[in-house]
Design a protein around this ligand. Structure first.
Ligand SMILES: CC(C)(COP(=O)(O)OP(=O)(O)OC[C@H]1O[C@@H](n2cnc3c(N)ncnc32)[C@H](O)[C@@H]1OP(=O)(O)O)[C@@H](O)C(=O)NCCC(=O)NCCS
Length: 238
């Protein structure tokens, strides 16, 4: 397995094609934007196995609410047959290497809080920190992973050299992430949407009440968010 930066036009086409395949989307990132990101401060990465592109990531500098420049990661995808073999993690670490060299303090991105495996990947495998809750961040994406549902997201920040501090001493609560969200979205979009809204309302209410997600717990395939509430919680930028 090799991770390398993509710079040629045909490599960008291969990126877009793989993105369309992974997300079942008709409007992947166009080549022209990949060129712009790659030439002007961003990083377009590919994971290759024996010459075959099997994973992709896209990152570019963004400005956060505190006026700090960070590396915004917009795409991370691995083809189905290669998942669970460390490719996603290797792509993410390569993004961090890029960010660190550029003097950026963290990599930031969003993920769907209902995707239990992604929650595990982001919060437990990588050790990212949930820094905000975003309602319908991108509008409806209408692809195979998200369906037509609103895109509620958690915003995370990640600096592997500064893992989030464990919050001790406050109230604690576990919130189970419903299983098989992708299947339900395909088979019963109406029920999936109701479930998503209920779950997001619960997340939003807790967040607004000052609770913070302090990681995930997993047992026999079930994943829970671990919430904590301490007196000194203050919100994004803390
Ligand atoms: C999320 C994703 C990039 C992870 O890539 P990956 O190469 O499978 O991840 P790694 O092998 O480095 O890490 C595996 C860990 O991630 C978790 N994981 C997340 N999604 C997974 C998936 N679909 N299949 C297998 N493992 C997955 C596993 O639980 C595993 O942790 P464990 O070994 O403790 O069980 C990949 O599953 C993917 O492309 N998903 C579809 C696109 C997507 O949702 N992208 C958004 C990412 S925020």
């Amino acid at each position: 397995m090799m991770i390398r930066e993509l710079t040629a036009l045909d490599e960008f086409d291969a990126f877009s094609q793989l993105e369309a395949r992974i997300w079942g989307a008709t409007d992947p990132t166009p080549r022209s934007l990949l060129v712009v990101f790659s030439r002007h401060g961003g990083v377009v990465l590919g994971a290759y196995d024996r010459g075959q592109l099997v994973g992709i990531s896209l990152g570019f500098p963004g400005l956060d609410e505190d006026g700090r420049t960070y590396l915004h990661s917009h795409v991370l995808g691995v083809v189905m047959e290669y998942r669970g073999r460390g490719v996603g993690q290797a792509l993410k670490r390569a993004q961090w290497t890029y960010a660190e060299r550029a003097g950026l303090p963290y990599v930031g991105w969003t993920f769907d809080p209902l995707m239990a495996q992604n929650a595990w990947f982001n919060l437990a495998v990588l050790g990212a920190e949930v820094a905000d809750v975003l309602e319908n961040a991108y509008g409806s994406l209408n692809d195979a992973i998200n369906g037509t549902a609103p895109t509620h997201r958690l915003w995370v920040r990640w600096n592997p050299q500064k893992p989030p501090r464990r919050q001790n001493g406050g109230d604690e609560a576990l919130m189970a992430i419903p299983a098989n969200v992708e299947t339900l979205r395909r088979q019963d979009p109406h029920r999936a949407r109701t479930q998503q809204e209920e779950f997001f309302q619960e997340i939003s209410a807790r967040w607004q009440a000052g609770w913070r997600i302090d990681g995930v717990v997993r047992q026999e395939g079930q994943v829970w968010y671990r919430w904590v509430k301490t007196a000194r919680e203050s919100g994004r930028g803390s």
